[in-house]
Every structure is written in C-alpha cells, then in structure tokens.
Design a protein around this ligand. Structure first.
Ligand SMILES: [Zn+2]
Length: 153
C-alpha cells in the first residue's frame, strides 16, 4: 500500500501530487473537550474529547482537498467541515493512501460515535467514516497550540 505522511503544511504546499497517485486520505485530529454541533441532516451530534481519524477520498485535486480540510475559512459542505472548522479540533497529521477509502476505513481501529458521519455516499456499509480512537495521555506536547501547522507525529 502506498502511503504518505504529510509533515508541515508549508512543505505539503510545495509538494507536487499527480492525480491518481493517491486516492484516499486520513485526517488525524483531536478534540480537547466535548463538542456539540448540529451537522447538516445528521442533526445534533455529540463528540467526546479524544482522538479521531476521518477517512475520505479524492481521486483528483487531492492537494486542494486537503488544504481545504485544514482551512478554517470555508463554506460548510461535508460533515467533517463542521468539526474541522472549529478551533477546538486540532489536526495532528494527515496521511495519504493509495488504498480504497472504505477498505482503509475498515482497517482503522476505533469506534463509531456518530453513525453515517461522512458516509452518506458509502456503499460498503462502513457505518461511519469517522472513528473515535479515544484518549491517550501521551503526545500531549504535539497537540498544544494552534491546529496549524500539520505535524509529523
Ligand atoms: Zn465506507
């Protein structure tokens, strides 16, 4: 499986990515406190504090998709936008992969806290494309401060 772990956002901006070199991506982030938000048609959702992994796909324009996810300035479109737009969500790393989105998601440990999150188009029965990893006491230093830049963990 091809995969690429993205380091600092500035380095990622300089990276040349051909369409098709990666098909899916995972965004690792954490919430420091319980987050309640109304997410489109899903309605009111409650996200416990801890680490999360969101799995998405982009067959084209991967780079702009990732940069959009990392930006606070955007129109809310995808479910994940409601989380990542908040300063309370701190991205720790982004990993690009050549694996099919749903397969990658299923291979990721974690539990579903909001059913159908990011999975309205999913035909593989994932249940959710957002996995809750839980709380870990380590790596505290990595998650302090602003959510930018993206860091290698
Ligand atoms: Zn799926």
């Amino acid at each position: 499986m091809r995969s690429l772990e993205i380091g600092k956002e500035s380095r990622f901006r300089r990276l040349v990515l051909r369409d098709g070199s990666f098909t899916s991506y995972q965004i690792h982030f954490r919430l420091d406190s319980t987050f309640r938000v109304s997410v489109g048609k899903l309605g009111n959702c409650v996200f416990p504090p801890g680490k999360y992994v969101y799995t998405g796909s982009a067959r084209r324009n991967m780079k702009s998709r990732i940069l959009r996810h990392l930006s606070n300035r955007k129109v809310l479109h995808w479910h994940i936008d409601y989380l990542l737009k908040s300063p309370r969500a701190r991205v720790s790393k982004v990993v690009l992969s050549g694996m099919e989105e749903c397969r990658l998601n299923r291979l990721t440990d974690g539990r579903v806290v909001v059913r159908q999150f990011g999975a309205t188009d999913c035909k593989a029965g994932c249940g959710s494309h957002l996995k809750f990893i839980g709380e870990k006491k380590t790596n505290r230093r990595q998650t302090k401060g602003n959510k930018h830049p993206v860091r290698i963990s």
